[in-house]
Design a binder for this molecule. Structure first.
Ligand code: IPD
Ligand code: CA
Length: 271
C-alpha cells in the first residue's frame, strides 16, 4: 500500500528527540520528589508522572504532526489503524524510578503501514520508521532512522561480537503477570549457570539499547508490550542486532528475543 502524503522521517526524528528530551527533563527534575501513585498492582506501579510525561510528549508531537495518531502506554488517541502512529512509553522503568533507582527512559517510535505484509515488523502491518530512546540520568540518546545506522549521542553504535554464551551478559526481563513469571523462572534458572552474568535492570527499552551498544549480548522477555519495544527494536536492528518477537495473548503483547545476531540458537528460549 502506497501512503498518500508521506511523513518526512528526518523531521519526525527531530520532533521525537525534542519531545524525548523535554520528557526526560521532567523525569530528572522530579527524581527526588515524593511521587503520586495512580495505580499499584502486585508487580507494577503507575505514577501520576507517567501521565504527565505522556501528555508533554503528545503535545510536542501533535504540534509538529497534528494528523498522526498516538498509542501511548497511558492512553491512545486517533485512529490506530491509520497510515502512521506514534508508539510511546513516557517512562519506561517506572518501578525503578519510584524506588529512586536512576535507570529509566523515554521511548518514542514512529510507525507506518508497511508497503507489503512481508515488510511489516508487526503482525498488524506496521513497521517502525523512527526510534528514539532517551535516558535522562546518563544523558544518553539512542536514535535510529529506518535504513540508517543506529546512533548513541550522535555516534554510530554497534552490537557486540561475542558468540560464546559463557562470555555473555544476558538480560532477562520479568513482565508483570504470574503466568509470565512462572514461564520465565525455569529458563532463568538454567541460563544463570551458562552465561557470565544475568542482569535484570527494569527498563526494557534501555535493555534493547544496551544490546544495540554491545553492553548486553542479548535481552529476553515474555509478555512485553509494544511501547516497550517499538523504538528499541529498530535501534537494535539498525545497530546490527537481531530483534525477534512474536505476538502472544493480550493486546500489543509479545515474546521477544533480542540479540547481537550471533546467539539466538544457543539461547534456546522455550516456546
Ligand atoms: C516495564 C519495564 C520492565 C519490563 C516490563 C515493562 P514500565 O515497563 O520495562 O523492565 O520487564 O515488561 O512493562 O511499566 O516501567 O513502563
Ligand atoms: Ca511505562
Amino acid at each position: 500500500m502506497r501512503i498518500k502524503n508521506p511523513i518526512n522521517p528526518a523531521a519526525a526524528l527531530k520532533a521525537s528527540i525534542t519531545a524525548a528530551r523535554a520528557a526526560g527533563a521532567l523525569i530528572r527534575r522530579n527524581f527526588h520528589t515524593v511521587k503520586r501513585t495512580k495505580q499499584v498492582t502486585r508487580h507494577d506501579i503507575k505514577l501520576e508522572l507517567d501521565v504527565r510525561s505522556q501528555k508533554l510528549i503528545e503535545k510536542a508531537l501533535y504540534s509538529a504532526f497534528p494528523s498522526i495518531s498516538f498509542l501511548g502506554e497511558e492512553s491512545a488517541t486517533g485512529d490506530l489503524g491509520a497510515p502512521y502512529r506514534w508508539v510511546v512509553d513516557p517512562i519506561d522503568g517506572t518501578v525503578n524510578y519510584t524506588y529512586g533507582i536512576p535507570h529509566a527512559c523515554v521511548s518514542i517510535a514512529l510507525q507506518g503501514r508497511a508497503p507489503t505484509p512481508k515488510a511489516a515488523d508487526y503482525e498488524d502491518g506496521y513497521q517502525t520508521l523512527v526510534g528514539v530512546i532517551y535516558d535522562p540520568f546518563c544523558d544518553e540518546l539512542w536514535t535510529a532512522l529506518r535504513g540508517q545506522p543506529a546512533r548513541l549521542n550522535g555516534r554510530i553504535t554497534r552490537v557486540s561480537s561475542r558468540r560464546q554464551l559463557n562470555d555473555c551478559i544476558i538480560s532477562i526481563g520479568f513482565a508483570k503477570t504470574p503466568e509470565h513469571l512462572a514461564q520465565t523462572l525455569p529458563y532463568f534458572n538454567q541460563m544463570v549457570r551458562r552465561v557470565r552474568k544475568i542482569r535484570m535492570m527494569g527498563a526494557a527499552a534501555l535493555g534493547l539499547t544496551y544490546v544495540a551498544s554491545g553492553r548486553f549480548d542479548a535481552y529476553i522477555e515474555r509478555g512485553i508490550r509494544l511501547w516497550d519495544i517499538a523504538a528499541g527494536g529498530l535501534i537494535l536492528e539498525s545497530a546490527g542486532g537481531e530483534f525477534w518477537h512474536k505476538a502472544i495473548a493480550g493486546e500489543y503483547t509479545y515474546r521477544m528475543i533480542a540479540t547481537n545476531g550471533r546467539l539466538r540458537r544457543q539461547l534456546a528460549v522455550p516456546d
